[in-house]
Design a protein around this ligand. Structure first.
Ligand code: 5GP
Length: 195
């Protein structure tokens, strides 16, 4: 049973984890089962849509010019060019507002660069870094996923190493060696924040 946040002050929850850390599955479980109502903020991106992705659900897929114009207009809380491949990602301020209006905590699943900016803006954000058990496991998961070219896999793996260097900036670090345990650990972190 998912509780609501009635009576609790609005909070921002940030989860980051390198590619292959098992983030996607964890995020789905958290949104469904969290002891506190979490509203996932839908990011905007300029990267092309993958098969099965839905605009306005997976991401807001924006043309580069539209993204740039909205950035210039101050609509983003943070933006980042995530894999150095020329694609931009960003959190729209309107998404945080949507979460607040819906009576939940805003849940952001963003990269480390973006998370550092959110920490500046919301110093009391609940920040969680999801660690893979090892780089080898990340590589294995990326290959199993089968969606990326060899070049992309190599780029993502280099980013894993960079991101691990910044994991200490997060308030909480959770190792994902067992899905169930990792989800329970994050539930516990959220529960403590609501006390
Ligand atoms: P994808 O595999 O969907 O192309 O890329 C996912 C990567 O982009 C992940 O590292 C994810 O955390 C990051 N990401 C997704 N949305 C945002 C966002 O709004 N801001 C930032 N900074 N990173 C994002």
């Amino acid at each position: 049973m998912v509780a609501d946040t009635q009576g609790l002050p609005f909070r921002v929850v940030v989860l980051s984890g390198p590619s292959g850390s098992g983030k996607t599955t964890i995020v789905e479980r958290l949104i469904r089962e969290s002891p506190i109502k979490l509203v996932k903020c839908i990011s905007a991106t300029t990267r092309p849509k993958r098969i099965g992705e839905i605009d306005g659900d997976s991401y807001y897929f924006l043309p580069t010019e539209t993204f740039a114009a909205r950035k210039a207009a101050g609509e983003f809380l943070e933006t980042a060019e995530v894999f150095g491949a020329g694609y931009w990602y960003g959190t729209l301020k309107s998404e945080l507002h949507r979460a607040q209006v819906a009576g939940g905590w805003a849940f952001l699943e963003i990269d480390v660069q973006g998370a550092l900016r959110v920490m500046d803006e919301y110093p009391d954000a609940v920040t969680i870094f999801l660690e893979p058990p090892s780089i080898a496991v990340c590589e294995q998961r990326l290959r199993q996923r089968g969606t990326d070219s060899e070049e992309t896999i190599q780029r993502r793996l280099r980013k894993v190493e960079d991101e691990l260097q910044l994991a200490h900036r997060y308030r909480h670090r959770v190792v994902n060696d067992d899905l169930h345990d990792a989800v329970q650990e994050i539930h516990e972190i959220l529960r403590q924040q609501s006390e």
